[in-house]
Ligand binder design. Structure first.
Ligand code: HEM
Length: 339
């Protein structure tokens, strides 16, 4: 089903965020097996993917578009450091503008259009009522710096990785809905440095293999992977910078409110080579699903129970689930016939 953006809902305070039945049906449930372990789970992102699925296009625009753009505006006003681009990433930012505008206009012509006349570009975003003309490559002709300008019009967080010396460096991005990491802290780090806190995966060789794969991605052959965690309440912005606002939420989970409070948080991550700068564009599109909505699908409910029950303690700790992991497993057990 094609998703039309609905009026703004909130990811904070009164948490009015909700998923329609259509959004639940297309949720990217991330578990192919009953046990979850880290792996190099990268596959080609061939588009168009299945019609109406989150994999149909390079960028997925869904019913939460207006809500996510409103949330991004709040976060950027609170802390402008959530968007940054080092000076040498200017060309990569323009690569990103080109890739995003061209695919949005081609994939969602009812919402976006782009007219190109030499280096004179005209962009129309009907969802946000944006209509701008600018000179491609000249940042002074945009109303905002290029990363912020584009990032405020696409769902999900974005990073641009500079590739040099066979490694990737986190030198630009817009990150307003991270699963507990900070762009300002990680800026300038290499692939293994920013993955430093992740348990088990380094020893398993996951990051060495992934880096080899990523540095060889050619232009026009994007790849994707899914990552997941759990989040208490439908909160998009779980960043270290705002930890005081959400850290204590974890203690608010009780046996009676698991279904409503605990959300499966899935990131659809796409890596795409930029043609001029040779940077990699890394998009992190976050989907939230309450356990109440998740268990409307019996297969998902059973599998979620088994995955959480068998999750290694190191991952329970790293993903920040310690305070409510047992409660969640117990609550889900009623949906698992084998239990
Ligand atoms: C976690 C960034 C690609 C695997 C993370 C974290 C960041 C990050 C910032 C959080 C680390 C922390 O705790 O501070 C990125 C960026 C990528 C990228 C910018 C683009 C090149 C990959 C790839 C893999 C991967 C290709 C494939 C194996 C993981 C895993 C975690 C992680 C397993 C732990 C997630 C969890 O358990 O919740 N990544 N990553 N990452 N990343 Fe990546």
């Amino acid at each position: 089903m094609r998703m039309s953006p609905k009026p703004v809902q909130t990811f904070r305070d009164d948490f009015t965020y909700s998923n329609s039945p259509g959004a639940i049906a297309r949720f990217p449930f991330p578990f192919p097996e009953d046990e979850y372990r880290y792996s190099v789970n990268i596959e080609p992102h061939v588009t168009p993917g299945p019609e109406g699925s989150v994999y149909e296009f390079l960028l997925d625009i869904d019913e939460h578009y207006l809500s996510e753009m409103a949330e991004r505006d709040i976060v950027l006003k609170e802390n402008p450091q959530r968007c940054l681009a080092m000076p040498h990433m200017d060309l990569a930012c323009w690569d990103m503008i080109e890739r995003c505008m061209q695919s949005l206009a081609a994939d969602y012509p009812q919402h976006f259009s782009l007219t190109i006349d030499g280096d004179q570009w005209t962009w129309h975003n009907r969802l946000l009522n944006i209509h701008d003309s600018f000179t491609f490559g000249d940042s002074s002709t945009l109303p905002l710096p290029p990363m912020e300008y584009m990032g405020r019009q696409v769902q999900g967080d974005f990073a641009l990785l500079d590739q040099r010396d066979g490694d990737l460096f986190l030198d630009a991005g817009i990150v307003t809905c991270p699963a507990d990491w900070s762009l300002a802290f990680d800026a300038g780090m290499s692939f293994s440095e920013w993955h430093g806190p992740v348990p088990m995966a380094h020893e398993m060789g996951v990051f060495d293999r992934a880096l080899k794969y990523l540095t060889a991605i050619p232009v026009g052959r994007p790849v994707r992977r899914l990552n997941w965690t759990l989040t208490v309440n439908a909160r998009m912005d779980t960043s270290p910078e705002t930890y005081p606002n959400w850290g204590t939420d974890r203690a608010s989970v009780t046996a009676d409110n698991v279904g409503e409070k605990v959300h499966l948080r899935v990131e659809l991550q796409v890596l795409d080579r930029m043609p001029r700068s040779n940077a990699l564009m890394f998009s992190i599109r976050t989907y939230l699903l309450s356990f109440d909505d998740l268990v409307t699908n019996p297969d998902w409910a059973r599998r979620m129970h088994r995955v959480l029950k068998t999750l290694p303690p190191e991952l329970v700790e790293y993903k920040g689930l310690g305070r409510y992991h047992d409660l969640a497993v117990e609550w889900l057990s009623r949906f698992d016939p084998a239990n």
